[in-house]
Design a protein around this ligand. Structure first.
Ligand SMILES: [Fe+2]
Length: 348
């Protein structure tokens, strides 16, 4: 497993005593200390700055892919030193929860600050930032007035024009799960046939590659998470600026009575075997504070979950939009069905 471990130590008053990189594994903290052992698949520099501002104790951080961390927490079992698991996509949080890894947390602070549909109904995990999975279009070939909903993307008018990455990607699995939540299995099974028939090419590469291919005219429209486009907008690379000049962002399902654009989260929860549960809860509450929310969201060009926290100017420039209000926990529940259907539809 490819992991990176950093350790920071702070006085209760907030003055840094030491900041060192450890080569070994964190030990189980004794229950009285303020140490929080964080296993995370997020990897942004601003996240580290954010963890530095946690004044209740020190953060030991292990970084790896979500699946690797889930396996590690399971194999460590009752002896796990991990207090908090953070990751991206509600599908990953759902998988960890299915394996019984999370402790239910009652925090009136978290419940009042984080919208109900962006956290587990019983406090097993909480969303701390959100991203929209939306449509990008080649401005030379498509007018925004040609675009409307995700559902419309199965229409034969898009034959050979849609760019999207593989069905193995959890962002796509969650998107299809949201469509299943809205329409049921049978309708989406049929919809997927039309949708996959409209692909411009065999799925390949990542979200950013779909947006670039859209600019290059490989297809007319692409589907990708909002922060990848925001990254291109902020890039000073002339090639990226050219992509941004050629491609527009479109938030689907915004019409009257429509459910809104598909939104997913970055989030985390306290682990059932956490040696330091109180500090772990305090850490989650820290992430929901206004100051942290701004940092956490901006670190990956995401939207804060807490109402009233100011938005990154690039995201603000995309315009406001309605988000699908479905509880993101549903995305995980529908995931297995989504994977089976995508496979049957020939989406590789
Ligand atoms: Fe991503």
């Amino acid at each position: 497993m490819n992991v990176k471990l950093t350790r920071r130590t702070f006085l209760a008053g907030g003055t840094a005593l030491t900041a060192l990189v450890m080569s070994g594994l964190p030990r189980r903290a004794d229950a009285q200390s303020g140490t929080v052992n964080l296993y995370t698949s997020r990897h942004y520099n601003t996240d580290e700055a954010l963890y530095d501002s946690f004044m209740n104790g020190e953060i030991n951080m292990i970084e790896a892919k979500a699946g690797e961390l889930i396996e590690r927490i399971k194999s460590e079992g009752v002896n796990s030193p991990a207090d908090v698991f953070m990751t991206v996509d509600a599908g990953n949080l759902w998988r960890a929860d299915r394996d019984g890894l999370f402790l239910p947390v009652n925090s009136s602070m978290l419940e009042s600050k984080i919208p109900e549909n962006l956290r587990h109904p019983n406090g097993h995990w909480f969303g701390f930032s959100k991203r929209a999975r939306v449509i990008y279009y080649n401005k030379d070939r498509v007018s925004p007035s040609d675009l409307s909903t995700y559902e419309d993307l199965a229409d034969s008018k898009w034959r050979g024009k849609i760019l999207i990455r593989s069905s193995g990607n959890i962002y796509n699995q969650s998107l299809i799960s949201s469509l299943i939540a809205a329409h049921g299995d049978a309708a989406i099974e049929e919809w997927l046939e039309g949708f996959t028939a409209n692909f411009a090419r065999e799925p390949e590469a990542n979200d950013t590659a779909q947006i670039r291919a859209c600019a290059d005219g490989v297809g007319d429209i692409a589907i990708a998470n909002s922060y990848y486009f925001a990254r291109l907008v902020k890039s000073t690379d002339p090639a990226d600026q050219e992509v941004v000049r050629k491609v527009g962002i479109f938030f689907p399902n915004q019409g009257r009575g429509e459910r809104g654009a598909h939104v997913n989260i970055s989030g985390g929860g306290v682990l059932a075997n956490s040696p330091n549960k109180n500090a772990a809860v305090a850490f989650l509450e820290h992430l929901a504070s206004d100051q942290s929310q701004q940092y956490f969201a901006e670190g990956n060009n995401e939207y804060p979950v807490v109402e009233g926290v100011s938005l990154d100017p690039v995201l603000a420039g995309f315009g406001s939009f309605n988000a699908d209000p479905v509880n993101v926990a549903r995305l995980g529940e529908n995931q297995q069905a989504a994977v089976r259907m995508m496979d049957r539809a020939g989406w590789r």
